[in-house]
Design a protein around this ligand. Sequence first.
Ligand code: ATP
Ligand code: MG
Length: 560
Amino acid sequence: MSEAAVVEAGRDFIRDIIQADLDAGRHRTVVTRFPPEPNGYLHIGHAKSIGLNFGVAQEFGGRCHLRFDDTNPVKEEQEYIDAIERDVRWLGFDWGEHLHHASDYFEQLYEWAEHLILAGKAYVDDQSPEEMRLARGTLTEPGKNSPYRDRTVAENLGLFRRMRAGEFPNGARVLRAKIDMAAGNINLRDPVLYRILHASHPRTGDKWCIYPSYDFAHGQSDAIEHITHSICTLEFEDHRPLYDWFIENLPVPSRPRQYEFARLNLTYTVLSKRVLTELVRGGHVDGWDDPRMPTLAGLRRRGVPPAALRDFVKRIGVAKANSVVDVAMLDFSVREALNKVALRRMAVLRPLKIVIENYPEGRFEELDAANHPDDPGAGTRKIRFGRELYVERDDFMENPPKKFFRLSPGKEVRLRYAYFVTCREVKKNALGEVVELRCTYDPATRGGNAPDGRKVQATLHWVSAADAVEAEVRLYNQLFSRPEPNAADFAADLNPDSREVLVGCRLEPALAATKPGEPVQFERQGYFCLDTVSRPGRLVFNRTVALRDTWAKVQGGKGG
Ligand code: ATP
Ligand code: MG
């Protein structure tokens, strides 16, 4: 309740802190940054961070930098760098001149490492990673000092320079801060500042064979860029004392502060880059932009507009306690955004032919259909009615239960924008499957109303068999079958029915002119868009979201 109130006011604790800092004159302007590591594609969790960092900068008249946290060349690739820039822009944010890289600061960071060595606050450690791990202690036990901790300044400086010069193999030595091996906060137990890594970097090439740790690079990069509020997720709360230690012990040009907020978790979704990478590499999905992926590239391909994501992250707000957001909230934002802009069309996904026996063969007539029910400005289009039509297979039942109001033998229904029709006869094939319905129409009901005032209980969508275009339509469900998938064994929780491919769907001809990126509503079914593999003559549509939450119903039906 209190959280909802905060969201309504568009305020949260981060915005309150910024406002107080500006009011007190601690800062004249606000400077934030979004700091992705280019080791994967951005996902909807990142959209929350982007919306927050770029959002507060906009609201308070400051600026937000895009900074690649590119300190680990082994996992980082140009493909990811390009994708991240594309996705942040697509979300609707602009970093202007302020595209930065932690690697731009490698020389400065190196100098600052020497500064710590000269001050007796850093040393070269020759212990193996395993020895260091054992000496680190636990939450309840202090760590043990390294036997190399008391090396002289000259010895440390000499060894560190030789590390830089490439004299040692990977893992032979590290540079560590000399803080306190008995500190209650394990991050302060002489953290690693530099490690040896003979690896080529996408930007600095082979210039370096030692790379700074995240902790040593992050706060100092913030200080170099004069970031005022360094906003990150809660798992970095325990790193804050270390963040502050570096800022206090180095001659940095500004004094940024770190603030932590709760990361986004979504039901039926995994937002770990490790797992997303494994989904792609293991072939569980068709790449980073598979429409079932929670990546921005996947959501875009699925047809989710950036405005829906901005709306979603605003609605969920920013809090300090971790929680899991129902994925239905995302669908809500998507429907809200698409409802306003998507033109209405008719498409039959699982076609069943009907023949109107009392409609003359070879005759057609044009009917007017509204493009948008709430927006007369969207205009109308002509659709053709004729003797042979397709309706949805699910809209017919030969032996209907009591509450089934759609087509069944003897039943009259309305065809949208057209006429009342009555089912007279069911045709079956040798297997006993329904293949065609013979119907009659009432010519007096043109436009959808009976002059005698009689009512029907259902209005069905349909397409004219002679005019329809064929398409493949891909329907998506949750990628995972459990609300909180197990990230450690995610494969076991994959939903085997996450994608359903329908071929031979029949669409009204206007849909052949759909443009890439243009949302459409297939009446009574949901919002759809062209998939990136779609070509003229071989149309492929994705369902972005159904009109209603059918998934919840399915799950409920299973007693889950
Ligand atoms: P990993 O999944 O390996 O932990 P990451 O998601 O933290 O990586 P980064 O590239 O470091 O990946 O993230 C960039 C920024 O986005 C960070 O500031 C991080 O805190 C933020 N971020 C990442 N995931 C989420 C999330 N689920 N919700 C909100 N912010 C997030
Ligand atoms: Mg990270």
